[in-house]
Design a protein around this ligand. Structure first.
Ligand code: TYM
Length: 332
């Protein structure tokens, strides 16, 4: 039997190159090799209080982008998280065995406290419990995610193992973060530090749906420095980030060319950025075209999502029934 895979992306708007290279590029390969469940995490996005119309538009956009990237709803199961009430139930059950102390120590929670001090809601604290429910609901063993999700996977293992121990069962296998490469990926943003992310500030992320002009503008504004002062010197973080981006969208020859230029102190950042922008455009343009096509086909989007929910609920229902039984919940 094929191993089970689960992964999701929050519905906070358009997908960016970080989502693509951290997660989706793996989904595309995995769908042909594993029993895959891919979903849109709309419950998770509620922690930032989107308006109802934004929420729906964003979910729709991510469905269209999944399909445009090449996810095949005939081979993998594609669904919206909130279409599975079983996830909410498992989240509640797991929450009883998740301790406030361990949730407060979670890096992503600490980061959120810093970023949105006026909205530290309980959903943020229990975010890893909901994520564990997403994964454990299908008893997945592999979870294709970027490096930023590693700690959440560790917590999913903790909650699953704790449940098994507490209720003397072997309901949940251990899920591990997965990437086809040797390491989990962290795609940097254009602002000189950290990772590419939607909430990292204007111009930091390149979205799959960005128009060529927008991409050129963002890349030309990317943070650099005044250039190398010695041959073969180590690159500072901002420059390393630009090269990392180049490595994911450009040919090895292009990367080698600019590396040589950097090492010989002959590099012109303007040329480097122009090339990077054009290669990003070449990469995203066909996807953008397909996103447009998908967005205009309402009937297909709803068919895919309804079919996905049905398939996903079958597997989710089975897990929740077994979890309830293990806990001792009985029907009268
Ligand atoms: P989210 O929505 O922030 O990101 C979706 C996926 O994209 C990856 N990613 C990146 N990878 C590399 N470099 C980057 N700069 C970058 N930015 C984003 C993320 O690692 C992720 O794989 N909590 C999750 C969503 C989620 C989930 C799940 C994932 C909810 N339940 C169950 C897997 C399984 C999140 O916020 O990802």
């Amino acid at each position: 039997m094929k191993e089970t895979v689960v992964s999701g992306i929050r519905s906070t708007g358009n997908l960016h190159l970080g989502n693509y290279f951290g997660a989706i590029s793996n989904f595309l390969k995995m769908q042909h090799e594993y029993n895959c469940y891919f979903f849109i995490a709309d419950y998770h996005s509620l922690t930032t209080h989107p308006t109802p119309s934004d929420l729906h538009a964003n979910v729709r956009q991510v469905v269209a982008e999944y399909l445009a990237c090449g996810l095949d709803p005939e081979v993998s199961t594609l669904y919206v998280q909130s279409d599975l009430p079983e996830i909410a139930e498992l989240y509640l059950l797991l929450g009883m065995n998740a301790y406030v102390g361990e949730l407060e120590r979670c890096t992503s929670f600490k980061e959120k406290i810093r970023k949105q001090p006026d909205n530290i809601n309980a959903g943020l604290l229990t975010y890893p419990v909901l994520m564990a429910a997403d994964i454990l609901i299908h008893r997945a063993v592999k979870v294709p995610v970027g490096k930023d999700q590693e700690q959440h996977l560790e917590m999913a293992r903790t909650f699953g193992n704790r449940f098994n121990r507490l209720y003397h069962c072997e309901l949940f296998p251990e899920p591990y973060a997965f990437n086809y490469g040797t390491q989990l990926v962290k795609i940097p943003g254009l602002d000189g530090s950290g990772k590419m992310g939607k909430s990292e500030g204007e111009g930091n992320a390149i979205f799959l749906y960005d128009e060529p002009e927008v991409i050129r503008k963002k890349v030309m504004r990317a943070v650099t420095d005044s250039g190398p002062t010695q041959p073969n010197q180590e690159k500072p973080e901002a420059i390393r980030n630009i090269f990392t981006l180049l490595e994911v969208v450009s040919s090895p020859d292009t990367v080698a060319h600019f590396n040589d230029a950097y090492n010989n102190m002959a590099i012109r950042y303007g040329d480097l950025k122009k090339q990077l922008a054009e290669d990003m455009i070449a990469f995203t343009a066909p996807i953008r075209e397909k996103i447009r096509e998908m967005l205009s086909d309402e009937a297909r989007l709803s068919k895919v999502i309804r079919h996905g929910a049905e398939k996903a609920r079958e597997s989710a229902g089975k897990t929740v029934r077994e979890a309830r039984h293990a806990i001792g919940i009985r029907h009268f």
